[in-house]
Write a protein that binds this ligand. Structure first.
Ligand code: PLP
Length: 223
């Protein structure tokens, strides 16, 4: 049995005070989530709409759910009523759909723009130029039901810590560029979501504000 409670505390104790933990519970049972919940953890990350909706209906209402995976536009309406943050927005189309569905629910949904910086080709996300274009086009300014709170990225899954550090530093520098160009007087644009089980200590050194840690807390996922 994985000792979720002590794993959780080990991770929390290792985080600087300004870094928040998203406990990534995808593929893990509700009992594991409750074990972390009982220790005070309230922010959980999931990446499949149906799995998330089932858990959200069954588990305490004060859990803040973050959608961290690739979200298909036709799934937005199912999570719009309750999702706390959608972390991986990688197209204008998805952003528009989130705005539309949030409006229907009378909500404002917090989102992060996902960057593609890693070398792996399979990863989703906006290239830096695509992200610049999306912001420069300005359509997002009219979207009253989404709040862009920052950037999210996954570093390459490699052992080379210098490469991970380079990619995260690039993301942090890009955050500064976007912040000063588009959100200089918007305190809500403040989040840098990077760092997973294998690289969150590096992320903390590379100005992350939000780490997404699954395996280190809940054990290996059984797919
Ligand atoms: C699954 C997942 C994580 C957590 O990964 P671990 O290696 O289990 O910590 C973090 N971010 C995203 C986007 C994920 O899909």
């Amino acid at each position: 049995m994985t000792d979720v409670k002590s794993n959780l505390h080990r991770v929390l104790d290792s985080l600087p005070p300004h870094v928040r933990l998203v406990a990534v519970s995808k593929y893990h049972p509700q009992e594991s989530i409750m074990a972390a919940y009982e220790e005070g953890q309230r922010v959980f990350g999931e990446s499949h709409e149906q799995e998330l909706s089932k858990k959200a209906a069954a588990l305490p209402r004060d859990i803040e759910w973050h959608f961290i995976g690739h979200l298909q536009t036709n799934k937005v309406r199912f999570i719009a009523p309750y999702i706390s943050m959608i972390e991986a927005v990688d197209s204008l189309r998805l952003l528009k759909e989130i705005n539309k569905q949030a409006a229907r629910c009378g909500r404002v949904i917090k989102v992060l723009l996902e960057l593609h910086i890693a070398e792996e080709e399979t990863k989703y996300g906006l290239t830096l130029d695509a992200c610049r274009e999306l912001l420069a086009a300005g359509e997002w300014r009219e979207m009253e039901h989404v709040q862009i709170c920052g950037l999210m990225m996954m570093a390459s899954y490699v052992d080379d810590t210098e490469q991970i550090r380079r990619e995260m530093t690039l993301a942090a520098d890009f955050f500064d560029e976007v912040k000063s160009a588009y959100f200089p007087s918007d305190p809500a644009f403040c989040e840098r979501s990077w760092g997973m089980s294998h690289d969150y200590p590096i992320a903390c050194e590379c100005r992350s504000t939000m780490v997404r840690v699954g395996t280190t807390i809940f054990g290996e996922r059984v797919y």
